[in-house]
Design a protein around this ligand. Structure first.
Ligand code: ATP
Ligand code: MG
Ligand code: MG
Ligand code: MG
Length: 439
């Protein structure tokens, strides 16, 4: 992409409405624009990162054997009356009436709708286990939408639902989700700690939230610092192996890690003092096992091996896709701007031409641009007539992992400058070597 042809409306000034760094940087980097309180337009740069995050979520879900689909945003109130949640859900639910006077709602979550699909089409235990998921916009009429995409009213969520014949099989689905979530967050350059949590309006007994540690997080969390040493890395997982998944879950759930809702001071105090940590965290996902809470009222049953109709055991599993942009920026930025992890960056490498219009500099930039594209990478070439300082400031603000700076003086010596956004270190290299490092 050439900056002269892109739409990147960066702001020079700090927007007054932004209270936290991720919100400020997303506005300044031209990633989002507020349409109404808690409702955002995703401008091209923000949209690109959102899609990258979505792709990682999809890839890891599919690897875990979960099946993508898409349900609508608008749902019928009648289904929610069947589960008893239409009245329970309260003011966070946006209720709408159509021209025929039918009650509808903008889905805050999808347990009812997916259970309705399930009961219409599945009747035998032989069709289980089954996990379906989608990535779709949700609406929750949050009393205080704030912090940009972090607590929106309209937000993008991945939500998945498992259907199993009995509890052990459903607990394997729970474990599979935990493993796939650990991999998902790690690919985004995030450390998200699974913490024992409270189930809230979804209901159920077994639940973990995934929290990214950040001072601006809304949850208070308590944990054993040992958990920070756990890395998923590039291990290969057989998602059909119950013991292997359970082993990984055990590894991550053995060190103490809880949110304030489930915090147990006696257990916490048993940890050696040097390892006891209290901090703030951002909830980027949550998994639940809730047994037959929805399948019973909604009549989602299957014939088991003995020919008896039994309600299916279910769980639901969510990732805050749009909230993740904020969480990643909270965890990865400096005073100049965002520092994107390689896994989610909107462009891989920026090219800054110090002297636009200089025949040699222009030609060198074009060659670099074409080479990066040929390598399968996406460069962002600043081919505008801005002065160098402004070009650098924009590149630092939008946080691409690498910047190649090209100017007539360097070219005389056969070199360009390669700068790492994360370390801030620069080196002068022949263009081919700079490209090799970016690859
Ligand atoms: P919170 O405690 O932050 O209100 P929640 O527990 O109500 O979140 P869940 O029902 O567990 O949310 O939804 C799954 C995920 O969706 C959450 O872990 C979070 O990452 C994301 N999420 C929930 N509410 C919002 C929101 N208002 N804006 C953006 N993301 C959200
Ligand atoms: Mg909530
Ligand atoms: Mg919560
Ligand atoms: Mg939650």
């Amino acid at each position: 992409m050439r900056l002269s042809r892109y739409f990147l409306p960066v702001l020079k000034e700090n927007p007054a409405e932004a209270q936290i760094v991720s919100h400020r940087l997303m506005l300044r980097a031209g990633m989002i624009k507020q349409a109404q309180a808690g409702i955002y337009s995703w401008l091209p740069l923000g949209f690109k990162v959102l899609k990258n995050i979505e792709n990682i979520v999809h890839e890891e879900q599919v690897k875990a054997g979960h099946i993508p689909m898409l349900m609508p945003t608008l749902q019928s109130a009648d289904l929610w009356r069947e589960s008893g949640r239409y009245d329970d859900y309260g003011e966070e639910m946006l209720r709408i009436t159509d021209r025929h006077g039918r009650d509808m709602l903008y889905g805050p979550t999808n347990e009812e709708l997916i259970t309705d699909i399930f009961r219409s089409h599945v009747s035998s235990y032989r069709d289980l286990p089954l996990t379906l998921y989608h990535i779709q916009w949700k609406f929750r009429d949050e009393i205080r939408p704030r912090f940009g995409v972090m607590r929106g009213r309209e937000f993008l969520m991945k939500d998945g639902y498992n259907f199993d014949v009995d509890k052990p099989s459903a607990l394997h689905a729970y474990n599979r989700h935990m493993v796939s979530y650990l991999r998902t967050y790690e690919r985004m350059g995030l450390q998200a700690i699974p913490m024992r949590a409270d189930s809230g309006p979804i209901g159920g007994d077994d639940t973990h939230e995934f929290l990214v540690l950040a001072d601006t997080g809304e949850s208070e969390v308590f944990y054993d610092s040992d958990i920070l040493n756990l890395k998923f890395g590039d291990r290969v997982v057989d998602y059909d192996d119950w013991e292997e998944c359970a082993g990984i879950v055990k590894e991550w759930t053995t060190p103490y890690a809880r949110t304030d809702e489930t915090h147990d001071p006696a257990l916490f105090d048993a940890i050696p003092e040097a390892r006891r940590r209290t901090s703030r965290g951002i909830e980027v996902g949550q998994i639940f096992y809730f047994g037959t809470k929805y399948s019973e009222p909604l009549g989602a049953t299957v014939q088991n091996a003995d020919g008896k109709a039994v309600p299916v055991h279910m769980g639901s599993h969510g990732i805050g896709v749009s909230r993740l942009l904020g969480a990643i920026i909270e965890a990865s930025h400096d005073d100049k701007g965002i520092i994107w992890p390689e896994g989610v960056t909107p462009f891989h490498c920026g090219i800054v031409n110090l002297k636009q219009g200089d025949a040699e500099a222009d030609a060198a930039c074009e060659t670099l641009y074409a080479s990066l594209v040929a390598m399968g990478l996406e460069p962002l070439y600043d081919d505008t007539n801005e002065r160098a300082g402004a070009k650098f400031a924009t590149m630092d603000l939008i946080g691409l992992p690498w910047r190649i700076t090209v100017g007539p003086r360097g070219l005389k010596n056969g070199v360009v400058e390669l700068t790492s956004r994360r370390s801030g270190e620069s080196e002068e290299l022949p263009p081919e070597l700079a490209l090799a490092k970016v690859a």
